[in-house]
Structures are given as structure tokens and as C-alpha cells.
Design a protein around this ligand. Structure first.
Ligand code: SAM
Length: 369
């Protein structure tokens, strides 16, 4: 049914008599995203190589099918992998999906090939700000219709998107920059689509948090992504108090007009730890600076440019108590008595004053030994 074959006519002969549905299903399950095949209807004479031969990779073909575009290409060859799909429109509903598509943080070259293909071929793009995303879609030559999906209309947008998917039309979900649903609208739409039993396909791609972390040089094995802290000082410090003993690196997003007060609060509440400031990542004035938290405010005030742009603030995890021998001794006793990990950590912390989160991590490790 599918074969490595460079001769379209021979391939057509090989496929003659095979059921269209079988061929279509096999093509899409057996081909990976980088392989290609042609989609055609049964009105085409498959034995005649056609001048308009066009190749589609599996993903694009799925979209084309989803868009009910009957393609009349005769045959295909490239890379030695060729297949045919007859009666492609039958597969419409199976392949309609919500594609969650990350877009660049600043550098347009960071749009992945897959993201580009999705945005170019879907029928609909649900965008946080349709005006903002217009130029990107235009640049890609996307014919997609746009619909707004922002934090103030997510429920309504979700309902519209589910409707489109149920009609067999694929939708790409994008935010202004980075990954939808990460400190951006998108989660409600995804939840509604999944609840309706429709397919969700998340694409990997740009995200400020992971980009910043990968360039931070922080040695913490784990990190906690918090996103934006509360804008009011009291609430912000309260959240930071709660995070103070957390042994993981902490990752925050911050806007330029609040970055100085947030850095001041980080220093006051979290104490003597390393801060890494990722600013304007992937853009012309990208900078990554690390320093002791206590010196950060002065460094930022030293040059107004250091307060401009978009920020990811990363703080190394709470130091594990140097004098944790007593905590660990009590912890081991409690675990040996058969108490659950969480309760053992809580009690050992209450008895010895050692950090609860660190004891919890230690208890998990002891259990795994
Ligand atoms: N969804 C996005 C993501 O995947 O990273 C985040 C959107 S959130 C509304 C915007 C925040 O992300 C900014 O305030 C900033 O903290 C961070 N951010 C976005 N782009 C950035 C960049 N180029 N450099 C540093 N931080 C950035």
C-alpha cells in the first residue's frame, strides 16, 4: 500500500485496487512528520505523472484534509517515500485539532518549521490579540481567519473553537509571544477543547522561562516556575515568605515598571542567594546578569537601561540547612516508625527547626534508596 518508490506510475499500479480509506489511514500513521506524501482524489489518472506534482508532509496533509480541500495531485516523489490518499475528505473529523503554537519572544527566526506550517495551513487562528498577530500571519502567507481568544473572553472563545473543531476545521492557538497558557491565556481553551473530546496538539517552542533558565547557569536540579508575583507589595512579600524555604530555583516574570520593587522584595525576603536577571531575551539588547541578591538593586540602578525591557528573574533555591544532622536523624526515626513522608518531614521540622521542604525532599530520597 505504501512503498519506497521513485516512479509515480509504478507506485500507482501498486496502489491500484487498495481501498482508499486503508491507504489514507496507513499514510498518516506510518509517515512521520518529516516524510512526505501526495494527496489526491480518484478523479486523477494516477498512472500519469502530472506537472503539478506536489508533496505534503503528514502534518500539512492532515490540515489540508481537515480544511476539506480536495487535492488533485497525480503523484509524488521526493526522498523516495511516496504514498497516496484517496477520498481524503473522509478523514476530515479525525484530523481536526487545536494546535497550541508557541511564537517567538522577539527573534522571528525562533518560529519552528512546524509552527510555521501549522499557522500557514489551519483554517482558524485563535489569537490573544488579532491585530498583534496579523503581521506574523501575513508574513507566513497564512490564509487563516482569526478569532480573538484573550483573558476577557476565554469562555466564549473556547465555545467558538470547539464549534469549529466539531465542524472539522483545525484551529491554531497563539498568544502575543511565547507559549500560550504560560502566564498567558490559553489554559481554559485547552481545557474546554479536551472536555469536548476534541484533539489538542501542543507544539514545543519559545518560552521565556525555559530560555532564561537554560542560560542562567544556576546549578539547582529543580526549578519552580511562579510567573508573575502579585503587583501589590504586601501580597508580593507574603507570597515570597511562603516560597522562602523552597529548595528549588524560583523563576519569576516581571514587567519593567515593577522590576525594581520586586528585586528589592526578593532581596529582603529571600536573603543571601544568587539572582540571575534575564532581560530582553532573543532580542537586540539581550542580557543575562547574575549577582548576589543583596547587590542586585544597586546594579540595576547603576544604568537605566538595565531596568528596560522584559524580565525573567531567577533565584537559586533555599540553601539546605548546614546543620541538618539533627533534622535528618529525627526524620529517619519517624520514617522507620512507618509514618508517611509528608508527615515525617512536617514533624521532624517542627521538632528540630530544620527546613520542612528540604526534609521532605530528603525523605523522598531516603524512601527511594
Ligand atoms: N507566554 C510567554 C512565555 O511563554 O514565556 C509569557 C507571556 S507573559 C504575558 C510576558 C512576560 O514573559 C514578560 O513580562 C516577561 O516577564 C517574560 N518575557 C517575555 N518575553 C521575554 C523576553 N524576550 N525576555 C525576557 N522575558 C520575557
Amino acid at each position: 500500500m505504501l512503498c519506497r518508490q521513485d516512479d509515480p506510475a509504478a507506485l500507482a499500479r501498486r496502489n491500484a485496487g487498495t481501498s482508499a480509506a486503508e491507504i489514507a489511514a496507513a499514510a498518516l500513521t506510518h509517515f512521520n512528520k518529516d516524510q512526505r506524501f501526495a494527496v489526491t482524489t480518484d478523479q486523477v489518472d494516477l498512472a500519469t505523472p502530472h506537472p503539478e506534482i506536489a508533496l505534503y508532509d503528514a502534518l500539512t496533509a492532515a490540515f489540508q484534509i481537515a480544511c476539506r480541500q480536495r487535492l488533485g495531485f497525480a503523484a509524488a516523489r521526493r526522498g523516495g517515500i511516496v504514498g497516496f490518499c484517496l477520498h481524503a475528505e473522509k478523514m476530515t473529523e479525525e484530523f481536526a485539532a487545536l494546535y497550541v503554537v508557541p511564537t517567538p519572544l522577539g527573534n522571528m527566526a525562533d518560529l519552528t518549521r512546524r509552527a510555521e506550517e501549522v499557522l500557514r495551513t489551519v483554517r482558524w487562528v485563535a489569537a490573544e490579540d488579532t491585530r498583534h498577530s496579523g503581521p506574523l500571519l501575513k508574513q507566513l502567507g497564512s490564509q487563516a481567519k482569526t478569532l480573538p481568544a484573550h483573558q476577557h473572553n476565554e469562555h466564549e472563545a473556547a465555545a467558538r473553537i470547539v464549534e469549529r473543531l466539531q465542524a472539522g476545521e483545525s484551529v491554531a492557538l497563539i498568544s502575543d509571544a511565547g507559549t500560550p497558557g504560560i502566564s498567558d491565556p490559553g489554559a481554559r481553551v485547552v481545557a474546554a477543547v479536551r472536555a469536548a473530546g476534541c484533539k489538542v496538539v501542543p507544539l514545543p517552542g519559545p518560552c521565556a522561562a525555559t530560555t532564561a533558565l537554560s542560560g542562567s547557569g544556576l546549578l539547582d536540579e529543580h526549578f519552580l516556575f511562579y510567573g508573575f508575583l502579585p503587583s501589590k507589595g504586601g501580597q508580593r512579600r507574603h507570597v515570597l515568605e511562603e516560597l522562602r524555604e523552597h529548595p528549588y530555583a524560583l523563576v519569576f516574570y516581571e514587567a519593567p515598571h515593577r522590576v525594581l520593587e520586586t528585586v528589592a522584595d526578593l532581596a529582603t525576603v529571600l536573603g543571601d542567594r544568587t539572582l540571575v536577571i534575564g532581560r530582553e531575551l532573543t532580542k537586540m539588547f539581550e542580557s543575562i546578569h547574575s549577582c548576589p541578591l543583596g547587590e542586585a538593586l544597586e546594579w540595576m540602578k547603576g544604568d537605566p537601561n538595565r531596568q528596560r525591557g522584559e524580565f525573567v528573574l531567577m533565584v537559586s533555591g533555599a540553601p539546605v540547612d548546614a546543620d541538618d544532622g539533627e533534622g535528618e536523624r529525627v526524620l529517619k526515626l519517624l520514617l522507620a516508625e512507618g509514618l508517611p513522608v509528608k508527615q515525617s518531614a512536617k514533624l521532624a521540622s517542627a521538632i528540630t527547626g530544620a527546613a520542612k521542604n528540604a526534609l521532605y525532599e530528603r525523605a523522598l530520597a531516603l524512601k527511594a534508596e
